[in-house]
Design a protein around this ligand. Structure first.
Ligand SMILES: Nc1nc2c(ncn2[C@@H]2O[C@H](COP(=O)(O)OP(=O)(O)OP(=O)(O)O)[C@@H](O)[C@H]2O)c(=O)[nH]1
Ligand SMILES: C=C(OP(=O)(O)O)C(=O)O
Length: 217
């Protein structure tokens, strides 16, 4: 599972100011930490490889148990993913699926990721599959079977681009996988689903099945 993370000072620009009391880089780091933590906790994930040029992201991901490879300078997201997949396939099991997961999924639940990956890896052979984000325009997860290039086409309108490239969209009851956080409204939606520990610590809001509650005191 390859997780790309942009340099924190440039990451999540549309989210800047969403939590006025929190430095923006801390929020971007927390989103990535919760995404990586959920992927590492998912029994269906053999290993997590983070592609980043950011030293703080690299340190946190490495400490959590991910493998880290450096980004290609200024090459962009899809080049980072191709680089990460090359590293994963070279060092890992060539008979396994590879997948890309965006690093802005702070509500991600390991069980939902496992269920999605089960759907990804069953069905007609030889086909790339993807899970769109909640609006249906972007992509949260893209996966390729053994021997098939991932051919990532992330960016604006990536769901359509992935579909046009032959990847098959999957839908299922995986709201935490689809809830990427680009804006303050997305973060509120993620909080309603239940944030991971790093992002929850920054928001100071405990979120239960009935919705957000203010912290005590
Ligand atoms: N390694 C790496 N990851 C990237 C790069 N560009 C984007 N990403 C990651 O790709 C994922 C999806 O990107 P976006 O949702 O657009 O996130 P973003 O670029 O941080 O957010 P905006 O600044 O609001 O566009 C996130 O996990 C980003 O951290 C890049 O050049 N290199
Ligand atoms: C890069 C992507 O994220 P977003 O559209 O959320 O910026 C994508 O979905 O391909």
């Amino acid at each position: 599972m390859v997780v790309p993370v942009k340099r924190l000072r440039a990451a999540k620009s549309r989210l800047r100011g969403a939590l006025p009391a929190v430095p923006h880089e801390e929020l971007a780091l927390a989103l990535a930490a919760d995404t990586v933590g959920a992927a590492l906790a998912c029994p269906a994930v053999a290993g997590v490889l983070v592609v980043t040029a950011d030293p703080r992201v690299a340190a946190a991901a490495g400490a959590a148990g991910a493998r880290v490879v450096p980004d290609r300078p200024d090459a962009g997201l899809n080049a980072a993913l191709r680089h990460g997949v090359d590293a994963a396939v070279t060092d890992g099991d060539r008979q396994t699926w590879v997948a890309a997961l965006t690093a802005d999924l702070p509500a991600l639940r390991p069980a939902e990721l496992a269920a999605a990956l089960h759907a990804v890896t069953t069905g007609p052979p030889g086909v790339r599959r993807f899970v769109a984000d909640a609006p249906g325009t972007g992509t949260a997860l893209l996966a390729a079977p053994p021997g098939v290039p991932l051919d990532p086409r992330f960016g604006v309108g990536s769901a359509a681009a992935h579909r046009a490239s032959g990847a098959v969209p999957l839908t299922g009851p995986w709201p935490s996988l689809r809830r990427d956080v680009d804006t303050a409204a997305d973060l509120a939606d993620a909080a309603r689903l239940g944030l991971g520990p790093a992002t929850r610590a920054l928001t100071g809001v405990a979120v239960g099945p009935t919705g957000p509650t203010a912290p005590p005191g």
